[in-house]
Write a protein that binds this ligand. Structure first.
Ligand code: GCU
Length: 404
């Protein structure tokens, strides 16, 4: 546990008293009573706030982007799956980046829904499939994976398989599309590389105050991946998934891009699903200090000043309505504030109700391993900050019921 984690507040009695901004009252005080009004008068102002003051704006459009199928096989996972590897290139100002998407699709049906999610250490870490090349991008050092000098090694092949229940997905008719997030934007506090750099004007070295941080950069990368996926004739629907910092990116991707048919936030915590105003576990000040590159600089003014935030994260979740949304926590992951994640799903549900979609009606967090699954779903499982087979089993059951 880091120092910041050990000295955080984990005492429910020390959660400050706060008033949660109402999803259904506009900044100027008007009540919203149906989904037409929500979309016309409220959704956009909330969206704009998150875009300018939290994650930061994408500063323009790409000049060009393209996709290249670099490898394909009909014989992955013992013949159960087809595999595709697609290189996605983004171009702007005569500069470009390329990132790789690994796709497995079940062979039973001509089309299948897929989960799209970033991985933390390279596509070769999610599977032992030898046909997946090592990432050439910068990766964080990790002694237990044998990664030093920020370069992926053969020794890290398959080290994250336990976080991706690929065979379970395939056996249930789902596919997986995954990308190493560091190929879109390396996760370090320097903006000299990755997707941000493409957009700089001469002499610029970092985004402007209300422009995108890394989370918005990763969300943008997911949207561009969606441009490929929606045109792949073997894919019916895409549910965007992410764990932890990548769960924050998945939520923002779901809010910014309505083509995602559903969104799954796994232990996304502060700046993801958890309510900021509770200041339980990780806080805005702590996250902006430890990871100054994740959010827009305009978000810094809320460091230890959450009470002045005119929004909270339940409103980020509400931006995804009426599309299916799953928020999941882990009981021992107090840093991510399971109760704050639950309450956020509960308070977002009033927007789902405008569309006559069932959300999380109860204010009482369920017992561990007792999922509540409606269009908005929630569970808190036993165990720590991680993605487990249990999590995937719930996501698959829910996606079968709610993703068309
Ligand atoms: C840190 C960070 C969290 C983040 C997590 C992760 O703990 O403080 O905000 O979610 O890393 O990405 O694993």
């Amino acid at each position: 546990m880091s120092f910041a984690q050990s000295e955080a507040n984990y005492d429910e009695t020390k959660v400050p008293k706060f008033t949660l901004p109402d999803a259904l009252v506009t900044f100027s005080g008007n009540n919203i009573s149906d989904h037409v009004q929500w979309e016309a008068d409220r959704r956009f102002e909330i969206f704009q706030f998150f875009e300018r003051q939290v994650y930061g704006k994408v500063p323009g459009r790409l000049d060009e982007y393209s996709f290249k199928l670099i490898e394909e096989s009909n014989d992955a996972y013992g013949g159960k799956a087809r595999r595709k590897q697609v290189a996605i290139s983004l171009k702007k100002n005569k500069k470009s980046i390329t990132y790789n998407m690994l796709i497995y699709l079940p062979k039973g049906n001509p089309t299948a829904p897929v989960f799209l999610g970033y991985n933390f250490y390279g596509n070769h870490t999610v599977t032992s499939d030898p046909k997946v090349p090592l990432t050439k991008a910068w990766v964080p050092n990790n002694e237990s994976f044998g990664i030093k000098d920020n370069k992926a090694t053969e020794g890290s092949r398959g080290v994250r398989q336990h976080r991706w229940a690929i065979e379970k997905m395939l056996d249930n008719g789902f596919g997986l599309a995954t990308i190493y997030y560091g190929e879109v934007d390396p996760d370090k506090n320097d903006f000299s590389d990755g997707v941000h750099e493409l957009f700089y004007t001469e002499d610029q070295t970092k985004p402007k105050t209300n422009e995108w941080g890394s989370i918005a950069g990763w969300a943008f990368g997911l949207s561009k991946a969606m441009d490929y996926l929606e045109n792949d004739g073997n894919i019916s629907n895409v549910v965007v998934f992410g764990h932890s910092r990548l769960g924050k990116a998945a939520l923002w991707a779901g809010a910014t891009d309505k083509r995602f048919a559903g969104v799954i936030s796994n232990n996304s915590g502060c700046g993801g699903a958890a309510l900021s105003k509770r200041k339980f576990g990780e806080t805005v000040g702590k996250i902006n200090t430890a990871f100054p590159h994740w959010f827009a600089d305009s978000f810094l003014k809320y460091n230890d000043n959450e009470k002045t935030l005119p929004v909270d994260q339940h409103q980020l979740l509400a931006l995804i309505a009426p599309r299916p949304l799953y928020v999941a926590s882990a009981f021992d992951d107090r840093w991510a504030d399971p109760k704050g994640e639950f309450l956020s799903a509960h308070y977002a549900s009033m927007v789902y109700e405008l569309y006559e979609k069932e959300g999380i009606a109860t204010e009482q967090i369920p017992e561990v391993n007792q999922p509540l699954q409606h269009t908005v779903a929630y569970h808190v499982r036993t165990g720590k900050h991680d993605v487990t087979d249990y999590d995937w089993e719930q996501y698959i059951t829910w996606a079968k019921a709610f993703i068309q």
